[in-house]
Design a protein around this ligand. Sequence first.
Ligand code: HEC
Length: 406
Amino acid sequence: MRSLLHRMVAGWPAATCLTLLLAACGGGGGGGSTTNAAPASATLSGTAVDGYLKGATVFLDVNGNGLADAGEPSTLTDDTGRYALDVSAVARPVNGLRIVATGGVDTDTGYAFTGKLSSRADDATNGQLVSPLTSLVDALVSQGLSVAAARDKVAQALGMTAADLSTDPVAAVASQPAIYTRQIALQRAVQLLASANSRENESAHEAQERIYRALARIVLAQNTPATVGELVAKLSESQSASGRELADTIESTIDTALRSPGGHASAKATLQAMDQIRNEMENAQHYDLKQAARRLDERGKGSAYTKLADRSDKAGQADAINTVTRSTGTTTTLTQPANTKGRLLASNCFQCHGTGGVGGFDRIRGGDASEVKEFLRKPAGSGIMAAHAQGYTSSQLDLIIAYLKQ
Ligand code: HEC
């Protein structure tokens, strides 16, 4: 439907009279159009970004109904989210009108963009952004604020500068990661809360706009800088508290990824996992924001733990001290096992059985190591080893045994 509309507008004959919205055609048209001076600039250009939105429809909402109507300037974004709207045929000043972006693909994740972003056209006729933060500014303008006042208010509520709001978050991702993390957390929290709280006969985009407007009222009342999560938590929608957990988790996992050696690529992978979770919830029409936050969190932790375990496995042997001087003055050379996974757990045993399991009470290196499990069946009070062994789980003892048997 949208693309059909787009083709219709793109293919519109230049001479068509659209007296309601567009400049009246020459020849003394009806009242009101006589001082129809050409606008200072014939194009409005900028970037639509959550990640860059590729192939998104961008239109100038001349009549302010939020929909792309026939005759309203409309175009598609390129691969880096850029658009150029030809507004030469718009009769009224474009300054202050809404620029709306929908559809297309989020190039940071490869997922279809199911949100709706908006911005207000201003004097800067090129280089404008249409982003989650400008959408929030737009929602404040709908509350009656001027664009400048709305920008200042959003910036202040989020502890940012007004300039941050017009900074391309993807281009600045390395130098100012917080601009990026705030936007993507905001957009995902808004979309999922909208879906979780959508009303009958309300489209997804209408529900999202409703949440943005409710957030705008919270921003208006916010006098100290807050996080996206803190603002979201104040919404009186169901799952708002979980929405905060989700926004916080997105910000922290993406921030961690951005600071990792993988940088933006690693952040994209994490965000892709987030959007996969969202996509699954959209397909199932079941929205559980707490579960989404937990799943994203688990994923972040999982990869950090895996990396740590990998490192200790590979580097463990080289780092290890292989020559040990015993208290009796003798030196023993130990060959450190290749797999060091159980070493930390086993180091507790070395206090009595000697470093590396040799040189203390019984040698516990080799086949005898598995006898430790027998102490699990003895009463804890029956001896020091029973008390000690029972401090571990059975699988932890298995790790120790596997280490000592090498
Ligand atoms: C506080 C000192 C102490 C610590 C710590 C300790 N052990 Fe022992 N271990 C002993 C003593 C004492 C014995 C012998 C007494 C016994 O058999 O009850 C023993 C016996 C054993 C035996 C039986 C050896 C044999 O040949 O019969 C094994 C196997 C063993 N320990 C493994 C371990 C493991 C594995 C750990 C770490 C999880 C550990 N021990 C921690 C003191 C300790």
